[in-house]
Design a protein around this ligand. Sequence first.
Ligand SMILES: Cc1cc2nc3c(=O)[nH]c(=O)nc-3n(C[C@H](O)[C@H](O)[C@H](O)COP(=O)(O)O)c2cc1C
Length: 197
Amino acid sequence: MAKRQWKGGALLAPVPVALVTCADGEKQNVFTVAWTGIVCTSPPKTYISVRPTRYSYALIRQSGEFAVNLTTRQLVRAADYCGVHTGAKVNKLEKCGLAVEPASVIGCPVLADSPVTLECRVTEVLPLGSHDMFLADIVAVDVDEALLDSAGKLHLERAGLAAYAHGDYYELGRKLGGFGFAVARKKKRPAGGATRR
Ligand SMILES: Cc1cc2nc3c(=O)[nH]c(=O)nc-3n(C[C@H](O)[C@H](O)[C@H](O)COP(=O)(O)O)c2cc1C
């Protein structure tokens, strides 16, 4: 593979495209965040990196809380809209017809139509340059019951999750394998049994 060397840049892909809800007691807002991820399993921790100029920045700083709502193909248009308009000028929740409901633990609302929402409490704010990173504990996770089977297993593959890669939005597609499939032992084919593809 012949490669070109570019200067350092934020070219990690795919990344999530999350609708982050926040509030300060009076005002509620929603905005789009791609710079997010999990940084620790136990305790469960996430981060969002936010430019201090965002309207949401002050709401999160003041409340110390936010919710990361995963987006789906049905929510991706709203995610794009909420990523190019500011809550300082427009009520994006109303404009996009995004229904909210109370979170289970934190004080800011969550999106009713997001299949998975991480309720987060900020533990540290790290100024990094263009963005400040809000490091946060994930204090609760709200999961769409329709994605749970009778044993309580979550089928996230049914959610139509959206991802963001180099300026474009995608819906997650074909499954390539499960965790550990590279090292899993092949099941012996029963004599005369058909091969599954
Ligand atoms: C796909 C996408 C990803 C974005 N990711 C981030 C991000 O990670 N951090 C950030 O500060 N802004 C990000 N933005 C920009 C904000 O969502 C945008 O400036 C928004 O208008 C801020 O809303 P607010 O002023 O109501 O807070 C993103 C925008 C889009 C479209």
